[in-house]
Design a protein around this ligand. Structure first.
Ligand SMILES: [Zn+2]
Ligand SMILES: [Zn+2]
Length: 333
């Protein structure tokens, strides 16, 4: 099979992903083989390829927003049949036995495996995954529209649920990239009043179109206190300023895996009873809950398409922020 293989981490300008003809993987017991139709590309792939994230396995096929059809099932597979459409996100496998896995918090598993990082991912014609870590994709999304939901959408939804808000309320989104633009559509659908903070007018305009009740800059007066906020931008300063927008009992969730240092702040920023937290990865339960929600609304995503062989260029365009919206490699049409 054709695959874009990472043999050595390097700057994308040096085209570190190379087209190789690899043996088509065989699904072992409990695993399914997926014929990859499309695979999204995101900043995490960029960090794996260039080496900001240390290599876990080399060589490796990156890609963790996979949509395709089950092409072959290993022995003792009970949930899938060949021909069914399936999606595979970043969470490839958890141990199932550590104290986090056994208490419903597998996102904190001591020895997790990630798709396209610890195991070969979707920048290839085929990949294999444990049947328990693949998902049914709602029929109201094409392959292309579904792929970005599996990373930006899933992580955004993990952050959204970490706000603790279940019902209507005032929700702030700080930074408005691909994750935020999916979450605003879900929040509006669920009846939340959404306040969007961004530095760029283009993003604020998009937020307004997608139903934001208020848009503006961080130092502007929102005219109301928030029940919760999600900070998507990797800025410690923004995290601290977001706290000042909260009502009593409110919560700020940082959705990033990285942020700049937090400046010192007055106790009044977290008193009375305000919370600041981060999130890590996701659970299968969260992925499924997210897919259930998006099956009931029609999330709009803007897609940039590339061929498999163009993976270096696709990631380079993400690196230099040359594209807005989500990037997807088309492998089998
Ligand atoms: Zn575990
Ligand atoms: Zn991703």
């Amino acid at each position: 099979m054709k695959a874009m293989l990472l043999e050595k981490q390097d700057a994308l300008e040096n085209k570190p992903l190379v087209l190789r003809d690899l043996p088509t993987p065989e699904p072992a017991e409990g695993k399914i083989r997926i014929k990859v139709h499309v695979c999204g590309a995101c900043r995490t792939d960029l960090h794996i390829v260039e080496g900001e994230l240390p290599a876990h396995r080399m060589p490796v096929v990156p890609g963790h927003q996979i949509i395709g059809i089950v092409d072959k099932a290993g022995t003792n597979v009970s949930r899938w049949k060949p021909g069914e459409r399936a999606g595979v996100p970043w969470l490839y496998r958890t141990c199932g036995t550590c104290r986090f896995c056994t208490s419903g918090r597998e996102n904190l598993c001591d020895t997790p495996h990630f798709t396209g990082y610890d195991a070969d991912g979707g920048f290839a014609e085929y990949m294999v995954v444990d049947e328990e870590f693949a998902y049914r994709i709602p029929d109201n999304y094409t392959d292309l529209k579904a792929a970005p939901l599996l990373c930006a959408g899933v992580i955004g939804y993990q952050a959204f649920r970490a706000t603790g808000l279940e019902d209507r309320g005032k929700l702030g989104l700080f930074g408005f990239g691909s994750s935020a633009h999916i979450i605003i559509q879900i929040a509006v659908h669920l009846g939340f009043e959404v306040f969007v903070v961004s530095r760029t007018q283009k993003e604020l305009d998009l937020a307004g179109k997608l139903g934001a009740a208020w848009t503006g800059h961080i130092d502007d007066d929102m005219g109301a206190k928030l029940d919760a906020g999600i900070v998507f931008a990797p800025s410690g300063e923004l995290l601290v300023k977001a706290l000042t927008k909260l009502d009593k009992g409110g919560r700020i969730v940082s959705a990033g895996i990285y942020t700049t240092p937090l400046p010192g702040f007055d106790y009044s920023y977290i008193y009375p009873e305000k919370y600041l937290t981060s999130i890590a990865h996701t659970t299968r339960e969260n992925v499924q809950a997210f897919l259930d929600v998006v099956s009931r609304c029609s999330i709009q995503t803007e897609i940039n398409q590339y061929a498999l062989e163009e993976a270096n260029q696709a990631l380079l365009n993400i690196k230099h922020s040359r594209v807005s919206g989500s990037t997807v490699l088309v492998i089998h049409q």
